[in-house]
Design a protein around this ligand. Structure first.
Ligand code: GLU
Length: 221
């Protein structure tokens, strides 16, 4: 279980997310990724195997612009340490992105059922079932928070997740299922942060709330 960092607010999200992930590096990881939604409604995703510094360097000259985003440092449990397996993971449309700490124990059954329903998968991870489950909820008319609630209801195992959706700018949804490590939400002046641990949040605010098991948070400014 590794690092989660999310940001929504008035500042450029990418540098804050990369900084937050760097503050969580002490936990160890094998790959990293970031996604930012820009003000024109475009999602940009960048991933890299190995050190966060390598990902930082690869985006340094062309930092994803936008005021909301998520980032992850991965410690692989299911699937090799490859770029395709690094988080965030997307649904079939590419509009829903998820970062995840923990293990989806029943991912095989979920993946088989989703594949039978027409979903195609791009990674070897257990995590990837989550955005596809959320996609099914959204197709039924739920918003991101509602679809995350339905999705986590189907997951067995441990999961701390943060999701975002292209059609809901300025919204992050965080959830904690069983003991998947921490999910801490930070309340800034005109910004909100979410992370797997305090060091990523404290440079921005000391007003924090920890999610309990089974809780979901819809995070907006
Ligand atoms: N089980 C997930 C994976 O292998 C998440 C690993 C983690 O907690 O970093 O991608």
């Amino acid at each position: 279980m590794c690092g989660i960092m999310g940001y929504v607010g008035g500042e450029e999200a990418a540098p804050i997310i990369l900084d937050g992930l760097a503050r969580l590096e002490y936990r160890g990881y094998d790959s990293a990724g970031i996604a930012v939604l820009d003000d024109e409604g475009r999602l940009r995703v960048a991933k890299g195997v190995g050190k966060l510094a390598a990902l930082r360097a690869s985006v340094a000259n062309n930092l994803p612009a936008g005021h909301a985003g998520i980032g992850h440092t991965r410690w692989a449990t299911h699937g090799r340490a490859t770029e395709a397996n690094a988080h965030p993971h997307a649904d079939s449309t590419g509009d829903i992105l998820v970062i995840h700490n923990g293990i989806v124990e029943n991912y095989r059954e979920l993946r088989d059922a989703l594949a039978a329903g027409g979903h195609t998968f791009a990674s070897e991870t257990d995590t990837e079932v989550i955005p596809h489950l959320i996609e099914d909820g959204v197709k039924k008319g739920l918003d991101l928070a509602g679809a995350v609630r339905e999705a986590v209801g189907q997951i067995e195992g441990a999961a701390a997740i943060v999701a975002m959706r292209r059609q809901e700018p300025g919204v992050l949804v965080a959830a904690r299922v069983a003991n998947a490590g921490g999910v801490v939400i930070g309340y800034g002046a005109s910004e909100m942060l979410v992370a797997s641990d305090l060091p990523a949040i404290l440079p921005h605010t000391q007003r924090v709330v920890f999610l309990e098991d089974g809780e979901i948070a819809r995070i907006t400014t």
